[in-house]
Design a protein around this ligand. Structure first.
Ligand code: FAD
Length: 443
């Protein structure tokens, strides 16, 4: 029984680990080093993350797999954030979940809001079990907490995480916890400790550990891109630049637009549906400085930027405050993000121009002049899937149509299926691998 896995990001590696654990022979294809978007680098003596910097600690198979790698874990040293508004920086209040108040007191303690907006949101927070209409996060949160609350609290946070706007974003995929609160006020499952964690030396070490485990399990790595996929009655064939590989089953874990290309011939309807999933691109300036940060910023994890200010930056994350053990003493490291589904200005800027714009904006947001010492511009093209309302229904169609067109020989996993958080990607991959191993055992 042989299974091919296309893509060696965290989804592909998790799928391969699950398959290998079930005794299946696995080959993974990726033209790049394993890890996909999970990349840790050195910058002027600091260990910095170019993509994700932590994962949500929610109990489930994904967390079990991550913990089974046995890596020492660290937690953000601070989670206090601030919001840059036209009035200057305002602390982001505690007691909110992704910007949504769960209680009337959480609504009333919000310094960003006028009394009227607090009362409006406070009443919304009391409406236990009320009907939450549709699946558009912007509309659901407006109906529940008021327009101003949605725009100033939920948009910068959930919109920022998804490089998108909450308007036209699937609530069930991008913020299921808010839907839970909006529908039943049921608190989301929590482990009781810190909400986010990361391996001490960065997420690349998690990837290294996963690869090491797979090598121990005799999984083959082929450092090539899969250019096409075809299904015959007895097998699935993957073609690379230099050869053809036949498998009983294949799991595609690439972004949707690559999966669409691969399925063009054998599952054209799925390919068309997958092509309809849009992606946003983001860029990031990671910069270090030896200049001391101003007092108000010394314990902040970062500053969100109100979109009405029309800056390029969406957030200035103070990486050295969040992960002090990875940064030399007396140095500060900032990660300044720009770009979203609608804001593509950064794509037209050369690296040097982007550095100047983003560093100046960071100085403006932090109300100080910081001398830029080391810098790295990271471009994440087509990085975040756009989850339109009712996205789960689209995926259901894609899966059904792929299974029927390929005789159940091709499975799909990846960030566009159920959400782009690392634990969700891992859980989706494990599920696809378990289903695949089960089917393969019947062949
Ligand atoms: C800037 C940024 C910050 C983020 N922050 C967080 C965070 O803090 N926490 C969090 O949980 N998540 C975060 N995410 C999301 C998370 O990083 C991703 O959703 C997750 O890493 C996706 O993993 P994946 O394996 O599904 O896809 P990818 O990492 O995209 O891997 C896909 C792999 O497929 C390979 N591939 C592509 N085409 C082919 C082909 N034809 N043949 C073979 N291989 C191919 C690629 O080379 C790549 O290695 C962030 C993402 C970004 C971009």
């Amino acid at each position: 029984m042989r299974v091919g896995v296309v893509g060696a990001g965290v989804s592909g590696l998790a799928a391969a680990i699950e398959l290998a654990a079930q005794g299946v022979s696995v080959t993974i294809f990726d033209p790049e080093d394993p890890g996909g978007r999970m990349t840790t680098r050195d910058l002027g003596g600091a260990r910095v993350e170019l993509g994700p910097d932590s994962y949500l600690k929610r109990r489930g198979p994904a967390l079990s797999l991550i913990e089974s790698m046995g890596l020492p874990e660290i937690y953000p040293a601070t989670t206090r954030a601030s919001m840059m508004t036209a009035r200057g920086p305002v602390p982001v209040p505690s007691g909110l979940l992704l910007g949504a108040p769960r209680t009337i007191s959480a609504a009333m303690g919000n310094p960003l809001m006028s009394l009227g907006a607090k009362l409006r949101a406070g009443v919304g927070a009391l409406l236990l079990g009320a009907f939450a209409p549709g699946d558009d996060l912007g509309r659901i949160t407006e109906a529940r907490y008021g327009r101003r609350w949605a725009r100033l609290n939920i948009e910068p946070l959930v919109g920022g995480i998804n490089a998108d706007s909450i308007y036209g974003l699937s609530a069930r995929v991008s913020a299921p916890a808010i839907v839970d609160i909006a529908k039943t006020a049921a608190p989301p499952t929590s482990l009781g400790g810190p909400a986010f964690a990361a391996p001490e030396s960065g997420l690349s070490t998690l990837i290294d550990a996963m690869v090491e485990r797979l090598q121990g399990d005799d999984v083959d790595f082929v450092k090539q891109s899969c250019d096409s996929l075809s299904v015959t009655p007895g097998s699935v064939r993957l073609e690379t630049e230099t050869g053809e590989f036949d498998f009983d089953q294949v799991i595609i874990t690439t972004p949707a637009y690559i999966a669409s290309h691969l399925l063009e011939e054998s599952a054209p309807h799925s390919a068309a549906l997958l092509r309809s999933i849009d992606y946003s691109s983001v860029s990031m300036l990671i910069g270090s400085t030896a200049t001391a940060l101003p007092r108000f910023a010394r314990e902040l994890s970062g500053v969100l930027v109100d979109r009405d200010l029309r800056l390029h930056s969406t957030a200035v994350s103070i990486y050295s405050n969040k992960w002090p053990s990875r940064v030399p003493e007396k140095k500060a490291v900032l990660r300044i993000s720009t770009g979203s589904l609608l804001d593509r200005r950064h794509l037209e800027k050369a690296d040097d121009d982007l550095v100047e714009i983003l560093w100046n904006e960071a100085c403006q947001v932090l109300s100080t002049d910081l001398e830029l010492e080391h810098r790295l511009v990271v471009r994440w093209k087509r990085a975040f899937p756009h989850f339109a309302p009712y996205h789960p229904r689209l995926i259901e169609h894609v899966r059904r149509s792929t299974a029927s067109a390929t005789g159940g020989r091709v499975d799909l996993a990846g960030a566009y299926i159920s959400g782009s958080g690392i634990p969700t990607c891992v859980a989706v991959a494990i599920e696809a691998a378990a289903a695949c191993a089960e089917r393969a055992s019947r062949i």
